[in-house]
Structures are given as structure tokens and as C-alpha cells.
Design a protein around this ligand. Structure first.
Ligand SMILES: Nc1ncnc2c1ncn2[C@@H]1O[C@H](COP(=O)(O)OP(=O)(O)OP(=O)(O)O)[C@@H](O)[C@H]1O
Length: 342
């Protein structure tokens, strides 16, 4: 549906070249919610501006289905703009206009007949749950309600792509959740393709099917949410995941390990899929002369798949521990924990 092929965007800055987007290859399927995550300055907004036709790439191609965005004729551009809706971090609503007028605005400027506008605005306001706010003004709404107006306005022209630029970054966690759920409904009921730019891993984890991690204009890693969370490769990806997974061992537990002799038999065990439910440790305790002391951990779900990490200490004779470890490693991934590394 949206294809980035070796896309670059170079700016001149103080006589120097700045590669805001640098050789990006991403392929987004129709009906997919695709996240692009990165710290400030990674190039995410530039990437969005290339899709919403505000800027031209310096190199490479962006295809929307069969259309190459840099080769569109003027009528082609107008048509493409209608196919792309956008929502923003600060909502970008017209403060002096009612909710109804804000949502109707894209149809008014495209010369849609009044009757059609009324019916379509009613429909999308109902979809976002704001039918009763149609005659209120933005300043009378909460942040979440304003973003709902933003979503209704983006949907009113029936686009098939929705671009979300930090759409939940100005909202509290509860409101964020409800907006993300609404975006999921947008995808499910209208079969839109959603490109979501964010620096919040929680938002990505909540709704995205796949994600690309950007740094210095480049995609450093991409894959399904499950792949990235269960087996991140790049330190920046690991950082983002740690921000939501609390995989760091708390200092009090680390110092306890140190006191007991430096973490020789402390391991981080990662469970995925059905293995999270397997009673591995009770088997270990039963079959080997080893006690299992669970120090820290959490089990969660990613895209409906169980995923967990436990930090365990194995107590017993060295020889038995080696045998027990061998058994554990046959089923799940095990990594030794250094007391000072976590
Ligand atoms: N019009 C421009 N002219 C010159 N440099 C630019 C321009 N737009 C962006 N940049 C630079 O390109 C790099 C990427 O910026 P971009 O805004 O795309 O990053 P971002 O990941 O969206 O960050 P943020 O979340 O802070 O907006 C930055 O170094 C930025 O300073």
C-alpha cells in the first residue's frame, strides 16, 4: 500500500548537508497499523511530510499502491491528497468554529454539496462518539475529545491512508488508550492503512502491527511488535522496550545478588508463546537437586502471544545447576546475569 524505496531527504543547514531521512526502505500493507518510533530528531516528521506531499524526497521513491508520489500530475496530486488524512499532536482545530464546522471543513473547501456534507459529518461524529458536541467549540472540549474531532475531520473525506503524527503525545495515559482503541476501530471498520509516528513505545505496543525504529534518519530495525519486543537487536530498540517492559533488575535485588557472591547462578529467562505457561521451574525442582528462587520478573502479552521474563537464582551444587540449566535452555532462552550489569 505504501512503499518507501531507498528514500532520502537532505536539507542544507549552515552550508552543511543534513540527511534527515537516509535510505529508508519500508513496505506498509493495506489495512496495517504501522508505527515509526524514534527519539527527537530521528527523522520521523520528515518522513510524514514526504507522504503527505508537503515535501519531495531528495532520492528514492514513495509509492502509494501503483502511484509514485513524485511523479503525480496536478490532478493526480489533488486526488492523492484526498486519499490521505492526517491527525496531529496539538489537534490543529479552528478555535473559532464549532465541532461540526471543523469536521465539515475539508468537504466545504472541496465544494461538496451541503446535503452530502451534513450526512457525512453526522456519520463520522457518530463514529467518534461526539454527536452531542457538534455545536460546541474546541475550547469547551477535553484533549481526548479534541483528538476525536481531529479523527472525524480526517475521516470525513473517506481517505484510505491515515497519518498520525504524535497523535497521543499530548494526552494522559487513559485518554491515550481510548484514542488508540478508536484508531484500531478506524482500521477495522474503514479498512484504512495507518502510519503512526511516535516516540512512545506504549502506543506502538498497544495498536501497531509492525514498527520501524529510526535513528539519524535511518531505519535501524523493523519487524512485528512481537519480534521486536522478544528479540530486539539494536541498543536504541532495547532502550525503547525497556521504557515499557521494566526489564532492568531493581538495584535492591542486584545488591542482594552481589552480597550472596556475585551472581554466579543468576539468570534472566525469557519465555515466549505457549512456553510462558509451562511449569518449567517445578520440573527443574523435581528432576534436579536444585532450588529455584524467582527474584524478579513479569509476564505480559504481545499481539495476543504470552511473553515473559524472569530473573531466577539457582541454588545447589554446581554440577546439578549445570544439568538443570541444560534442561531449561532446551525450552527457553537463558542469559546469565552479571551482578553489576543487570
Ligand atoms: N526544514 C528543515 N530544514 C533543515 N533541517 C531540518 C528541516 N526539517 C527537519 N530538519 C532536521 O532533520 C532532522 C530530523 O527532523 P525531524 O523533525 O524529521 O525529526 P523527528 O524524529 O520528527 O523529531 P521530533 O519528534 O523532535 O519532531 C533534524 O535534525 C532536524 O533538525
Amino acid at each position: 500500500m505504501i512503499q518507501f524505496e531507498n528514500v532520502s531527504k537532505v536539507y542544507e543547514h549552515n552550508g552543511k548537508e543534513l540527511r534527515a531521512v537516509d535510505g529508508v526502505d519500508i513496505s506498509i500493507e493495506k489495512g496495517e497499523i504501522f508505527g515509526v518510533i524514534g527519539f527527537s530528531g530521528a527523522g520521523k516528521s520528515t518522513l510524514v511530510r514526504l507522504v503527505n506531499l508537503l515535501e519531495q524526497p531528495s532520492g528514492g521513491n514513495i509509492l502509494v499502491e501503483e502511484d509514485d508520489l513524485s511523479r503525480l500530475s496536478k490532478p493526480g496530486l489533488r486526488k492523492m491528497r484526498k486519499r490521505i488524512g492526517m491527525i496531529f499532536q496539538h489537534f490543529n482545530l479552528l478555535e473559532s468554529k464549532t465541532v461540526l464546522h471543523n469536521v465539515a471543513f475539508p468537504l466545504i473547501i472541496s465544494g461538496t454539496p451541503k446535503k452530502k456534507i451534513k450526512a457525512r459529518v453526522e456519520e463520522v461524529l457518530d463514529f467518534v462518539g461526539l454527536s452531542d458536541k457538534a455545536h460546541q467549540y474546541p475550547e469547551e472540549l477535553s484533549g481526548g475529545q479534541k483528538q476525536r474531532v481531529g479523527i472525524a475531520r480526517a475521516l470525513v473525506t473517506s481517505p484510505d491512508i491515515l497519518l498520525c503524527d504524535e497523535a497521543t503525545s499530548a494526552l494522559d495515559p487513559e485518554t491515550t488508550k481510548s484514542i488508540l482503541q478508536l484508531l484500531k476501530r478506524v482500521r477495522d471498520e474503514y479498512n484504512l492503512t495507518i502510519l503512526m509516528i511516535t516516540h512512545e513505545m506504549n502506543a506502538v505496543r498497544e495498536v501497531c502491527d509492525r514498527v520501524a525504529v529510526m535513528e539519524n534518519g535511518q531505519v535501524i530495525e523493523q519487524g512485528s511488535i512481537f519480534e521486536l519486543f522478544s528479540n530486539p537487536q539494536h541498543p536504541t530498540t532495547k532502550n525503547f522496550i525497556q521504557s515499557v517492559m521494566e526489564s532492568d533488575i531493581p538495584p535492591s535485588i542486584l545488591s542482594g545478588i552481589e552480597e550472596r557472591g556475585g551472581g554466579r547462578h543468576v539468570y534472566r529467562v525469557t519465555f515466549v508463546r505457549e512456553k510462558a505457561a509451562q511449569p518449567i521451574f517445578s520440573q527443574v525442582a523435581k528432576n534436579y537437586q536444585v532450588e529455584v528462587n524467582v527474584l524478579f520478573g513479569q509476564i505480559t502479552e504481545l499481539q495476543g502471544i504470552p511473553f515473559g521474563q524472569l530473573v531466577v537464582e539457582l541454588l545447589g551444587e554446581d554440577r546439578e545447576i549445570v544439568r538443570a540449566l541444560d534442561y531449561i535452555q532446551r525450552t527457553v532462552s537463558v542469559q546469565e546475569v552479571e551482578a553489576d550489569a543487570g
